[in-house]
Write a protein of this length. Structure first.
Ligand SMILES: [Zn+2]
Length: 136
């Protein structure tokens, strides 16, 4: 009986240790990925330039996403510009003003997302404009 209990205690201890190790590993990775989570170095010059212009005109920009390996355009399944680090999603306080300015001044893709996403997307692809109520 006692040995059975010991085995159970040992098993539980091992499970807890495994869980703790997993948490530590995940924590480490999360910290690591935080630093290089949204690499901007790979973005095309024109996109970096637009981001700098938006910052200057409309204030601080929070980068939501740049490179997303294997990213597909939701609904179409086509390869996203994010898969090749040719697009950036960002938030800026004056979202509507920034979007209108980009519509006039950026000759690639300009997308506006509302609701849960609530960000602006720009890429260096063909001239395209969209305004959506869902994440993409
Ligand atoms: Zn995007």
């Amino acid at each position: 009986m006692l040995s059975k209990l010991n085995v159970t205690v040992k098993k539980m201890r091992n499970m807890i240790l495994t869980a703790l190790c997993a948490l530590l590993l995940l924590g480490g990775n999360a910290q690591q990925s935080q630093a290089g989570r949204h690499p901007t170095g790979c973005l095309p010059g024109i996109i970096k330039q637009r981001l700098a212009e938006v910052r200057k005109k409309f204030g601080p920009v929070t980068i939501i996403s740049t490179m997303r390996r294997g990213a597909r355009i939701s609904g179409t399944g086509r390869r996203s510009k994010h898969a090749d680090c040719r697009a950036v999603d960002f938030k800026v306080k004056n979202k509507m003003k920034a979007w209108r300015w980009l519509n006039k001044n950026h000759n690639g893709g300009v997308g506006l997302y509302h609701g849960r996403c609530s960000h602006i997307h720009i890429d260096n692809g063909h001239r395209a404009r969209w305004n959506r109520n869902y994440c993409g």
